[in-house]
Design a protein around this ligand. Sequence first.
Ligand code: PHE
Length: 453
Amino acid sequence: MNNRGRFGSRLGVVMASAGSAVGLGNIWRFPTEVGQNGGAAFILVYIVFVLFLALPVMVSEFVIGRSSGTNIVHAFRKLAPAKWWMIIGFMGVLAGFLVLSFYSVVAGWTLKYMVDAVANRISRNDPGQIFNAFVSDTWSPLFYMAIFLLLTHLVVIRGIGGGIERYSKLMMPLLLLIIFILVGCSLSMSGSVDGIRFLLQPDLTKVTPDVILSAMGQAFFSLSVGIGCLATYASYFSKNMNLVGSAVHVCTIDTLVAIMSGFIIFPAVFSVEGVSVDAGAGLVFITLPHVFSSAFSHMPLLGYIFSTLFYLLLLLAALTSSISMHEICTAYVSEHYKLTRKRAATLVTLAYLVLGTACSLSFGPWKDYTLAGMTVFDWFDFATAMFIMPIGGIFISLFAGWVLERKLLTDELTNNGTLKMRGLKVLVFLIRWVAPIGVGMVFLDQVVKLIEN
Ligand code: PHE
């Protein structure tokens, strides 16, 4: 077990786990969802779900990962009395494959936009048409996706301490610094007040069942919970790491980054006339280039810096997340088939290239291959965020709360009683009851709606 590697420090643990959580989900998906689901009211519901549903699942993952000290499939095999629990582990590995496949496509677009921003080639005219022409092309999005996967691969093959921890400790502070600079920039734009109001003044009439469902899917996706990603990381934690404290840190950092991304994007968007906040997935690739060129037309240098930093931020965030998805699969493949990390990672990367290609082509030559109106890309996104992650979340919390011996659970949470924890009873209650029932209810509601349609 010792040659599996370990995180060397508490800072490393928090930076790597927060790196997994903070990603395109915060900077690209969150503002998109906020824009489409009514602003501040969505954020309020989102925070409630983070606290009561996603945090308990995250703590459960930490417990399962650290107490088993192995990949997510073997963790269930080791800890569970019944064999079928392994299915939850397999679902996690499968989701690890599906999420990174579509994720790397969007990350590839980000890379391309960053290159363009550095070269000062972000176009002022008709950004929508330019974006659509790019994503529907065959080769160029594939090229950028492959480079992104290669970058991910290069970090993962270096292992835990020398790869994931080292690069997370480097990239996360840089990412946080860029966020602060950009928030400052965005808030200083004229017209930013409307954007701030949109983010801070909740209109509770906007909280519909759809908003609730989207907020839950977003909470799970953004915190990387439900598919054993953080359990995999926790299998490399040392025994004196404070699991609950680390989970609280990760949730806090992730939520702050999501909200700050809102503060970067909406004040900027509101300061330009004729731009809409509910532009959907194109918000950061179509709306923002338009904002950059209009808002900074008199200060091109500032526009250049803003756009370059923004896409660099998006790229760093995507990379610290993609390595964690890759690691779910690499840990399993290398431990199950007894392969070296390098070999296992290479096989996993090749599989990503194939699946990612299918996702990328579904914007171009394969866009007519649909099932129930959805392309391969849409299916991967939908199946993971709306199904596998919530179902995984339900079973993971049930497992930690009901199947694991109660003593093992509290020993892990308190490091064998050495940590004093005031809210321990409340936390155990959240893990046993609130998380599984809460996620279950929102999930069932969605299934009923799907069937009705
Ligand atoms: N949490 C990541 C994000 O916000 C995405 C992710 C999902 C990472 C699942 C790992 C596992 O972008």
